[in-house]
Design a protein around this ligand. Structure first.
Ligand code: ADP
Length: 265
């Protein structure tokens, strides 16, 4: 049955997580995988094997594989590699065709991307020098608050009086959070302050690239509704969370792999 279809794979080797998408005929996701460890771990090998299982595919059924992400140059099972900026732009445009500004918050960096109405990448601004405004900041703070990063949003939703986190540096902000806890501030109010801190930092990037609606947030941190809420509040414009936000880079890579497979046919 699968002979009639053309399957491609997109693999995104991130700093914090490895993601993969299997695409059927350049249109439909037939399987995906997320492994929560990044480049330099067993994550790349595991995500590659897992996506075949998830899509029910064998090696011979896949026409082409494109790899993207921070660790893409160390992955040797792909036919081609493409930058994550291009892949996120492509993946988000596929899912939200009206997207003109993309805010991508990953585990170790944050980017704001500008797209033409046709979905071509026309500019970007990036922070990869500092953990503030990235998933790393949230992961560190979640540990201090003794919750999983996936539960931070729910915690902050119960906040009644947001605590302002004044330190930008992750190390100092961690000490500040510990002091606030010691001073009797609630975990809920501190979580709300943590989300606002990330949102403030990333909003600066978005303003530098220029905010044109529709504004879409993607990357693993887009799964954190607390950050999305805070971004909405600061930018005063609706922020659309990308569907499957942690997979948009891998999806873009699978779409590029499809274009290449068609050309080679
Ligand atoms: P990278 O591509 O740099 O490896 P990702 O885009 O995969 O990063 O994002 C990883 C970040 O996403 C983590 O640091 C974490 O903060 C966040 N994250 C991952 N899963 C969830 C979740 N279920 N809920 C909220 N945040 C999450």
């Amino acid at each position: 049955m699968s002979e009639a279809h053309l399957y491609t794979l997109g693999i995104d080797i991130g700093s914090t997580a490895c993601k993969a998408v299997a695409l059927r005929d350049g249109k439909e996701i037939s399987g995906s995988s997320v492994i929560q460890t990044g480049t330099g771990t067993s994550g790349p090998g595991r995500v590659y094997e897992d996506v075949f299982r998830a899509a029910g595919l064998s090696l011979g059924e896949v026409s082409r594989v494109v790899v993207t992400g921070y660790g893409r140059l160390t992955f040797d099972r792909a036919d081609n590699q493409i930058s994550e900026l291009s892949c996120h732009a492509r993946g988000v445009h596929f899912l939200v065709p009206g997207a003109r500004t993309i805010i991508d918050i990953g585990g170790q960096d944050a980017k704001a991307l500008k797209l033409s109405p046709a979905g071509t990448l026309t500019g970007f601004v990036m922070n990869d020098k500092c953990a503030a405004g990235t998933g790393r900041f949230l992961d560190v703070m979640a540990r201090v608050l003794e919750v999983g990063v996936e539960d931070l949003a729910e915690l902050s939703a119960r906040s009644t009086e947001r605590v302002s986190i004044s330190n930008v540096c992750t190390v100092f902000a961690e000490s500040e959070v510990i002091s606030q806890l010691a001073a009797g501030k609630t975990r809920e109010d501190i979580a709300a302050g943590i989300h606002m801190s990330v949102a403030n930092r990333v909003a600066g990037l978005a303003r530098r690239v220029g905010i044109v609606p529709e504004v879409v947030i993607t990357g693993g941190v887009a799964q954190n509704a607390g950050v999305v809420r805070a971004m909405n509040e600061i930018l005063e414009t609706p922020i659309i969370p990308a569907p499957l936000p942690q997979l948009t880079g891998a999806l873009g890579a699978a779409l590029f792999a499809y274009d290449e497979a068609i050309k080679l046919k």
